[in-house]
Design a protein around this ligand. Structure first.
Ligand code: XBP
Ligand code: MG
Length: 263
């Protein structure tokens, strides 16, 4: 009797966006929410600290809903909040994409280099994020250029699936669109909600932390790094084994995928 061989050769890289490709939350999304609140005459200014608590909930509309329920007294919740939140969210998306168009938010170290190497080596690329699709395209256009949108064969984003991260649905959607199995792909994430989602879809996951996520539980990640690093700008390995590498390149990604798949 022959045993069925499964193909676990790495074929595709699936990237989260916020916090992974760029540090968008504190100086991007948070600022855009506050501008939208101001535009609508609301006094809901979200501080850096408060925003850290609000990040427990993914999705901008969901986050505003959570804020009204947990941070506002009942009498301070505006009338018709159900229709106000989608309006506020549209304004927030406008402010956010305007902010990106000024070049305010760069990619994190190593991201552009890794994406370029992955393309040269024939890896397939995808995105799986809870943020609004316009936000993803704005970030890509203003950092990697207009053409870069086509480099990603799937941009799974926002309300395309009803259950946002930490549910695995957005990764499942990306895998299904690419017609790949989870063990042929690797995910890049930065947060607890992100890794719950990617692990829920059975994806090996590489973590680069940021200020908001440095204390999250990443015990099931393939590796935890402070950044992807560059030649001459070494990463710090916070958990896992980088095999003496000082920055994340495709060879290290392949090694991490193989190690995790053999477990
Ligand atoms: C990103 C998010 C998003 C953004 C806001 O999480 O939580 O909600 O903060 O985007 P992840 P929208 O990196 O895990 O995908 O306002 O467009 O929803
Ligand atoms: Mg993220």
């Amino acid at each position: 009797m022959t045993t069925k061989q499964t193909d676990t050769e790495l074929k595709a890289f699936i990237f989260d966006v916020d916090g992974t490709l760029a540090d968008t939350e504190r100086d991007g999304h948070r600022v855009a929410f506050n501008r939208a609140f101001e535009e609508y005459g609301l006094d809901w200014q979200w501080s850096v600290e408060t925003y850290g608590e609000l990040l427990a909930v993914t999705g901008g509309k969901e986050r505003m809903q959570f804020y009204t329920e947990k941070f506002l007294a009942k009498e301070n919740i505006p009338d018709k909040i159900e229709s106000l939140i989608p309006e506020l969210h549209q304004a927030k998306t406008r402010h956010y994409t305007e902010l990106l168009s000024t070049g305010a938010i760069p990619l994190r170290p190593g991201v552009e280099r890794l994406i370029n190497e992955a393309r040269q080596r024939g890896f397939r690329l995808a995105i799986a994020t809870t943020t609004t699709p316009e936000n993803v395209t704005a970030l890509l256009i203003h950092t990697l250029g207009e053409d870069s949108i086509k480099w990603f064969e799937v941009i799974a984003a926002g309300d395309i699936v009803p259950a946002k991260k930490p549910a695995p649905d957005i990764y499942d959607y990306a895998l299904k669109s690419m017609q790949l199995d989870a063990d042929q792909c690797i995910a890049f994430e930065d947060s607890i909600n992100g890794i719950k989602s990617s692990l829920g879809a059975n994806l090996n996951t590489i973590i680069t932390i940021n200020d908001y996520t440095k204390d999250d539980d990443f015990s099931n990640a393939s590796i935890v790094l402070d950044q992807m690093g560059e030649p001459g700008q070494a990463f710090s390995v916070l958990a896992g084994n980088a095999d003496n590498a000082t920055y994340l390149d495709c060879d290290l990604v392949i090694k991490l995928h193989q190690q995790a798949s053999n477990h």
